[in-house]
Write a protein that binds this ligand. Sequence first.
Ligand code: GLN
Length: 486
Amino acid sequence: MNLPDLTAHELSKLIAAQEVSAREVAEALFERIAQLEDRVQSYLLLMRDKALEQADAADRKIAHGEPVGPLVGIPLALKDLLATRGFTTTCASKMLENWIPPYNATVVEKCAAAGMVFLGKTNMDEFAMGSSTENSAFKITHNPWDLERVPGGSSGGSAAAVAAGEAIIALGSDTGGSIRQPASLCGCVGLKPTYGRVSRYGLVAYASSLDQIGPLTKDVRDCALIMNVIAGRDPLDATSADLPVPDYTAHLNGEVQDLRAGVVTELLGTGIAPEVKDCVLAAVKQLENLGITCEEVSLPHSEYALPVYYIIAPAECSSNLARFDGVRYGYRADPPYKNVVDLFSRTRAEGFGREVRLRIMLGTYALSAGYYDAYYLKALKVRTLIKQDLDRAFQRFDFLVSPTSPVLPFKIGERADDQMAMKLADICTIPINIAGIPALSLPCGFAQGLPVGMQLMGRPFEEQTLLRAAHAFEQSTDYHTRRAPL
Ligand code: GLN
């Protein structure tokens, strides 16, 4: 039995029956990491001592017959922009290379309370800006399905860790696709929950009107299990919604014949690679075989999502990242300084990487007097139009379908210098963040030995519908059972 290749729900049964201990599971994971990490490079920090302490605590509870949840003893990887008390939280930036938060993100607290075991912090694009994890200041993560290719980004370390069996579950964040696109490229399930569904307290902010935390898992049931842990109102995050949280596992096996799916015309047109399109259309056939009614639907404003995003996200990031000034946090340029402005500008020029500097400048420009109305205000208006397209679609359909990534995982270095090609990686995922709705990516086929992901998009706070449809599809295929050939 290869413990790192099992799902959380499979491990959970073994742990509950005391057939394996949480410590054995944790040790098996660190063994796997030792075997593969040279090649995959998912992690920026390993938390072995902490993990074994948590695993032993889980084993003691089980031995004493104390009540435990289904994720007790399950190993978890955390994207390195989630604050962890006593452990570096770098955002893969030189700016925060040595920053050790004095507090935990709410999701970290919740996972600890559920008895999960923290393996470490995963690599990412610096401050979550990118689609390939090549923007990390520290290392390049490799796709476990083909080590010459990118794992996607920005949560590329989280996705690669799950795909390589270096983690059972991982948490990521998604501002324009950063959970779903790497999930797609690494053959995982990834969910961006509704804006407000999961607390963002302790998530280092990129673009606050778009950011959400969510899981990357090996299958849909694991995704539902971890959502049960992390979802819900948090008094520490005023943007978290005060709405009841359903049991996400309760309806996984429910009927799907009553569901209606809209297949988004614009997201199967120009820019979508033929092999991706073929896989997704075959998957739509499979949804029909399951009794789901599928029809085409148009989202006429979706072509504006990318330009709107590249006004709004940089605008918000220029404001959020203003706090990194060399005085309060992280990196500080060496003295002497001519004056305080010299301290600020040298610190920021040296501490931030190229992509982050580019976005800050774009955002500052878009918000500057004279341009605010022409760019930022106009982007907000088009944002409303994009949202209205989706609202209209959801009057007819329970969920929508598209590819997650328009292309197969690309080669490391292939797009690094092509700004436009890199940014097009998110054409299918960005409209979802703009509208604040939930979307899930799941494996829907393979082309050239590489995984292809399908995106299911839902009404606000109806993650359970996406999970039910995704589970039905998954159980009728075997894509989720395949493991990367390492
Ligand atoms: N790739 C997009 C960007 O670079 C989205 C990143 C994200 O979701 N954090 O902004």
